[in-house]
Design a protein around this ligand. Sequence first.
Ligand code: NCD
Ligand code: ZN
Length: 355
Amino acid sequence: MQNATDSLTIVRPDDWHLHLRDGAVLDAVVPDSARQFARAIIMPNLKPPVTTTALALAYRDRIIAALARAGIGEGSFTPLMTLYLTDNTSAQEIATAKASGAVHGVKLYPAGATTNSDAGVTDLLGRCRPALEALQKSGMPLLVHGEVTDKDIDLFDREAVFIDRVMIPLRKALPELKVVFEHITTRQGAEYVRDAEGPIAATITAHHLLYNRNALFLGGMRPHWYCLPVLKRETHRQALVEAATGDSRRFFLGTDSAPHPKGLKEHACGCAGCYTALHAMELYATAFDSVGRIDRLEAFASLNGPAFYGLPVNQGTLTLNRAHYEIPAELSMGNDTLVPLAAGESLGWRIADGS
Ligand code: NCD
Ligand code: ZN
């Protein structure tokens, strides 16, 4: 790794948590991810959700077709598909997914936890035991949206409560199951993943490294900072930065870039999700540089993820330069408008042209 003050060249990174959607939105957003990343774990929360290998393979074909329409060859961006776990997912379906070679994980959405999660799991160990045992055997990870959904638990506490109520019992019942605790947002999440026994890792978004919950209310209500799990207080942000930039290999990059049309974000009941695929590496570089740890970005973005998933490290490189980068106010997304996170603000890093 070359690490001069003003330029950083790293092994080409991957995004281990990405929402690409479908149709015209997919066409609009997939080139952004392909410009920055070599591979991405594709979230299955379409409507209807991607619950079978057949649906995942068909979705993969649509992604590859969208890439081709944008002039991006199959070799330069690989979608790593996932299945959406339901109360009815069979052990056979997990075996089929593994055999396909195209599916790389199974996503757990507690029913009602977030966007398009109505078909999610109602009772993990009660209803999903055969699928979880097959998953443990397959070596593919369970990708966990780690928030309880109980109405009586404060929204800001839902991740911490999830660890005690769901994560610990799950991992006790299936100690060899590989688990990715997706988009952790709390000190409790970071410490649990750092210290727990057995095969566990976590993704961290750029927005949870850069912002605390004040960003939601700075000068007025700002729906483009609203995502799930919601931004937390500053002490949690600091714990996430420590985890991402520290020595543990259990933390890696997952943008959770989640595009929604502007009209559904700026709405009386605005959708959760921040669009960061456009400027993901610029955002992460800014976060790492803010604590003087730009040297740790390569491990987080390019090395730790493949090691956990059992995949090879990418061949190419990506160069980031210390340079002024102004985030566009708006992008077009089919017939809609898409507002990227921190639209109109500037960052101190940008990826090199042709990188
Ligand atoms: C995601 C989406 O819009 O699909 N939203 C979000 O706030 N992150 C769903 C999710 O990953 O929770
Ligand atoms: Zn997500």
